[in-house]
Ligand binder design. Structure first.
Ligand SMILES: C[S@@+](CC[C@H](N)C(=O)[O-])C[C@H]1O[C@@H](n2cnc3c(N)ncnc32)[C@H](O)[C@@H]1O
Length: 294
């Protein structure tokens, strides 16, 4: 199996990706677009009705020049805000679909040989962009392996099975409802465990920067390592806390820990972290005991 240094990605048009996976968190996109349109229209109103607006400002400030400055400044701020909001909406859309698909290809591309993989797991599988990318690799390489997608939402797991069907990889995919904080699998079970834009959401009910949330993330990373077979490969793509993950993986004595170059997604820096669980894991006389749990 092992980790590959250079990865090859398969390109696909965003319309095809949208047709299968739709848009997760479309409310955020709608929110950004509505505000962008509102700010644009407001700045156009400032442009066309500059003199009446100056007169309106003047009725408060009673200073001609200051009123013109206030009106001009407000119009400029509205215009700049509209541009920023359109940019944010574009980046959100790009990150949620074409980039997400591309990153899933990169992630699966970092595993050396899928033909020898028998069991794989995607934690927090969502609508299945990454899960189906894994299943596609299993299918392509003629592996007899299967991938399990774990998500806490029953509705999500049902729609994930639909997307697997649309991708033609349904026989390689099983979906399971469960909580990643305590993975419902035995120790040393999977050859590969992957996770995309998920870890930073763990423990967010405590607030993203709290000690409790960090402890939950570390616990889930420990769970990921626990269910991984010795010599198994872990691949995590996330938007935040990457140094924290690397530190935890080092503490857990993982090998070949690699961090990809920075990729801007959802307006923040993201990285793919890959690692391998060492083959020596059974504690015996003179051997090192590695405990994957917190
Ligand atoms: C952003 S989506 C992940 C997208 C997915 N990895 C992909 O590549 O398409 C996050 C998913 O994690 C699931 N989730 C959140 N907390 C969870 C938990 N504690 N246990 C299991 N799944 C969880 C959510 O239901 C959601 O579907």
């Amino acid at each position: 199996m092992g980790i590959k240094a250079n990865t090859v990605t398969t390109k696909r048009e965003w319309r095809q990706i949208y047709a299968i996976y739709g848009m997760e968190q479309w409310q955020t996109l709608l929110f950004l677009l509505c505000h962008a349109i509102f700010f644009s229209l407001s700045s156009v109103v400032f442009l066309f009705y500059f003199d009446p607006i100056c007169a309106f400002f003047n009725s408060f400030l009673s200073l001609g020049a200051a009123a013109r400055f206030a009106a001009g400044f407000s119009g400029a701020v509205l215009g700049i805000s509209a541009v920023c909001l359109f940019f944010a909406a574009g980046n959100f859309f790009y990150s949620a679909l074409p980039l997400h698909y591309d990153m899933a290809q990169r992630m699966v591309g970092s595993v050396n040989d899928w033909s020898t993989v028998k069991t794989a797991l995607d934690i927090g599988c969502g609508r299945g962009i990454l899960l189906n990318a894994v299943a596609t690799q299993l299918k392509k390489t003629g592996s007899s392996g299967r991938v399990v997608g774990l998500d806490r939402s029953k509705r999500t797991t049902l729609s994930t099975l639909r997307t697997a069907n649309m991708e033609g990889v349904q026989e390689y995919v099983t979906c399971r409802e469960g909580d990643v904080r305590s993975l419902p699998f035995g120790d040393n079970y999977f050859d590969v465990v992957v996770s995309g834009v998920f870890f930073h959401t763990v423990g967010k009910e405590y607030g993203p920067r709290t000690v409790e949330a960090a402890a939950e993330r570390m616990r889930v990373l420990g769970e990921m390592v626990r269910v991984l077979k010795p010599d198994g490969v872990g691949v995590v793509w996330d938007l935040m806390h990457v140094p924290e993950y690397v530190q935890r993986l080092q503490d857990l004595k993982m090998e070949d820990i690699r961090v990809s170059e920075r990729v801007t997604a959802f307006m923040v820096s993201s990285h793919i972290v890959t690692f391998r669980k060492p083959s020596q894991h059974i504690a015996g006389p003179g051997e090192v005991r590695l405990d994957w749990r917190c």
